[in-house]
Design a protein around this ligand. Sequence first.
Ligand code: HEM
Length: 458
Amino acid sequence: MSFLSNLRKRFDSKRVTLQLDDIQGLILRSRPEPYVGIHAMLHVDDAAGGRDLIGRLAGHVPSAEGWTEDMPAWMGVALSHAGLKALGLPDDSLKSFPLAFQQGMAARAAQLRDEGENEPETWEEAYQNESCHIALSIFAQSDAELQRVKANAMAELEQATGVRLMGTHEFGADKEAKNPFGYRDSISQPTVAGAGVEPNPGDERAIAAGEFILGEDSEAGSPVAMPSPDVLGRNGSFVVLRKYESCVGAFNDFLREHGSDEEAQDRLGAKMFGRWRSGAPLNMSPDQDDEALGADRDKNNDFDYSDDTKGLICPHSAHMRRMNPRGSKLTILTDQNIHRIIRRSSTFGPKWSRDMTTSDDTGDRGLFFIFISARAFDTIEFLQQEWINRGNFLDLGEERDPVVGLHEQPGRFTIPDQPVRRRVNGVTTFNRLRGGEYMFMPSISALKWIGEGSWLRG
Ligand code: HEM
C-alpha cells in the first residue's frame, strides 16, 4: 500500500485537536515518493527588508490543514536565532528561546561532540559565523512542481531589500526513496496525537502533541517552555538541520573487506542499519531482504525488539536500534518517548552503486538530516552524546553508532552471535558533517506577525 493511501486510511477529522490551519504543513507532511526539492539559505542585512520578505513568504507556506491529502509541492520556512535578531525581534523575546538555540549549533560543538573532522571550522561557508538566518525548504513530487514553487519564492526574494542568498542545495530520490547508501529511509515516524491519524499496525502509541508542537501538552502533561510572546511561540516547533557528506566509497570498501561475497556484505550492512536496503526490518526478515515487505507501509514497521533481547537478530549497536530502542532493556534508563523525532531528511547526489570505492568517491553525495521536535536541541545533544557517540547505555563501552558516529580512530561494531559475538573493526566516519544550524519553525500566524513587525507598532 502506498504511503499516502495508508495515511488517508488512518485519518479521521473527528480525531483532530490541533490547530492544523496555523501549523506549517511541512511539520506533519512526509516527503512525497519520489521526491525532489531544494533548501535555500538566506542572510538578512536589513531588518525591515527581511521582515517584509517573511511576511510575503508566509503567503506561500501551506498549513497542515488537509495534511493527509495529495499536494504537488510545499514550502517551509525556518529561522535561526541570529536570523530573529537580524529581523529586529525585541530583546525579551530573543531571550525567551532555549539557550542552545540562542547560541547556535556551531557554538554547541562540545555538547554535540562535533569534533575533529566534524568541527565547525571545517563546515561550508553557508553555515559559518551564524550566516544562515532563514532556511527555505521546498519538497515536490516532480521537477515541474519544484520549479513552480521555487520561482514564486525567488520572485519574492528578488523584490526583497537587504536579504542575500547564501546558497541553495537541490536534492531528490526516486520512488524507492533510497538514501546515499542505497537504503530506504524515513520509514519510522512517530504518530502525533491530535493530528487525526491512528498509529499504523504495530507502531508505538501516539506521542503527546506537545513533544512536537509548542503550546500543546507534552508527555509530561503540560507544554514545554515556549518562546514569548504567545503569538510567536504557539504552534511553532524547533528544527535541527545537519548537512552530511556520505562517504559511500569507504562504506562499500568496509563491507567488501568484512564480507566474503555480496550476500555477506548485504547482511553486514543490514546489521549496521537494522533494516535491509528495501526497508524490510531485520526483526521481520532476519535472513534475507524482502522487497515486498520493505515497500509495504502497512507492515514494514510492525515489530519491536522484545523477542530479540540479546540482539541476535538486530544488534543493539545497529543505527536504528540505538535511535529508537523500542522497549529494549537499556543499562542507563531514559524515557524513550521524549526522544522521538519527526524526520524530514533529504538525500542528494547520484544513486548508490555497489562498485563504488573510496578512490572514485567525489564527495557529492549526502544527506540533509532534518528533524523536528519541541525539545529538538536537548534531544540532538542527548543523542549525539549518549546514543550515537557512546555505547555505555548498551553495555558496549565506547562503541559508537556505526552509521553516524564520529570515528576519529577506526572504531568497532559488535554483532551478537552464538557461541561467540563477532567484532568488526575498522569503522570510520561514514557521514561527515559539513554544516548545520538550530532553527525555529514558526506558525503561519507568527510568520505574519514577524512580517508586520507587530511589536514595533506598540
Ligand atoms: C546522516 C546519515 C544517516 C543515515 C544514512 C541514516 C539512515 C537511516 C536509516 C536507513 C534508517 C531506517 C529506516 C527509517 O526508519 O527511516 C534510519 C532510522 C532512523 N534514524 Fe537515521 N540516518 C542518518 C542519520 C541520523 C541521525 C543523525 C539521527 C539522529 C540524531 C538519526 C535518527 C534516526 C531515527 C530516530 C530513526 C528511526 C528509528 C526507528 O524508529 O526505528 N539518523 N536512519
